[in-house]
Design a protein around this ligand. Structure first.
Ligand code: UDP
Ligand code: MG
Length: 313
């Protein structure tokens, strides 16, 4: 009997867990024809919640011990660590990754499962049809992020794709081969290859509770993604440096000729200060980029675990 594992990261989600469980169970019940001879299991990851999330998960586990499993972290390690932990413990033949707030509609599961079982696809991903209900500035930055990362890295990330996806065992095993500490899942899903089909759905608001991502966290996450999947920023220093070296040669020639024709001329200190500030600024900018990469190397080289488990069932 094939099994579907549902990986569900939860951080302070005491309000949404029960709603989520009911909604998913209903989908499996209502589509018994599609899920004939298919079992499913939940792999909830409590990402160090400070509310009653773990208690809720324990209660749910007690009511349905065969299908509900949870893993609780010793502190908040971030959604990426939660996904990594889920992929490591899930042993289904198909593995889905979904948010607990119902922004990843469980109603799509039958269609996703059918695509995987009837065709050659290894993964079914999901796209939001629109970004309605999101602040304009957030949409703007997200568009900018996708266009930058797709230009400067070898992997391609489909704009507006969510993490919500159903994958075959083979693809999950491939993902587990990547031991990196700094994880950007959308990039990893794309990096491992395989055939992914995308289906589109309308953006749905959260079932309850509130989003955990602030604008700055998202901005930080984007920088992380770029550093993880592109070396192009490292080359920026070389390009800018070459350009300025070339400009300075022209400047030197100009100054020598001016000196020969008009003799010594004092003045121009204002332009000099501007140039020094500009070049100094660019140097610091480039140093910052290099620093970002060195920071990542430092973190990777410490070989710390991605998460620490406190309770598990
Ligand atoms: N999440 C998590 N750890 C965190 C932040 C979020 O496991 O540090 C989970 C959260 O419980 C939810 C999913 O990641 O299931 C998406 O989070 P959220 O809905 O807050 O993000 P948004 O949908 O606003 O992007
Ligand atoms: Mg959400």
């Amino acid at each position: 009997m094939p099994k579907i594992s549902l990986i569900v990261p939860c951080y302070n989600e005491e309000l949404t867990i029960d709603i989520f469980y009911q909604a998913v169970e209903k989908v499996f019940r209502d589509h018994a024809d599609v899920f004939q001879d298919v079992t499913h299991e939940y792999r909830f990851i409590d990402d160090g919640s400070t509310d009653q999330t773990l208690t809720k998960l324990q209660q749910l586990q007690a009511t349905d011990p065969e299908t509900v499993h949870y893993l609780s972290f010793s502190r908040n390690f971030g959604k990426e660590a939660g996904l990594a932990a889920g992929l490591q413990v899930a042993d289904g033949d198909y593995v889905a990754v979904m948010d607990v707030d119902l922004q990843d509609p469980p109603a799509l599961l039958p269609e996703m499962f059918q695509i995987l079982s009837d065709s050659q696809y290894d993964c079914v991903g999901t796209l939001r049809a629109s970004r309605h209900g999101e602040p304009a500035i957030r949409s703007f930055f997200s568009r900018a992020f996708y266009s930058v990362i797709n230009k400067i890295s070898k992997i391609q990330i489909v704009p507006n794709a969510r993490d919500y996806r159903l994958m075959t065992r083979q693809m999950v095993d491939a993902i587990l081969e990547l031991p990196e500490y700094n994880r950007f899942s959308k990039g990893i899903f794309s990096w491992v290859g395989f055939n992914t089909k995308y289906i589109t759905f309308e953006n749905t608001p959260r079932s309850a509770g509130k989003s955990h991502w602030s604008f700055w966290q998202l901005l930080n996450y984007s920088v992380e993604a770029i550093v993880d999947f592109s070396e192009v920023p490292l080359k920026v220093a070389t390009f800018i440096g070459s350009f300025f070296a070339f400009m300075s040669v022209i400047g030197i020639i100009f100054i020598i000729i001016r000196k020969l024709i008009w003799g010594n001329s004092v003045g121009g200190w204002a332009s000099l200060v501007c140039i020094i500030l500009l070049v100094g600024g660019i140097q610091l900018f480039c140093l910052g980029i290099i620093g970002n990469y060195i920071g990542k190397i430092y973190l990777e080289s410490k070989h710390r675990p991605q998460y620490i488990v406190k309770k598990q069932k």
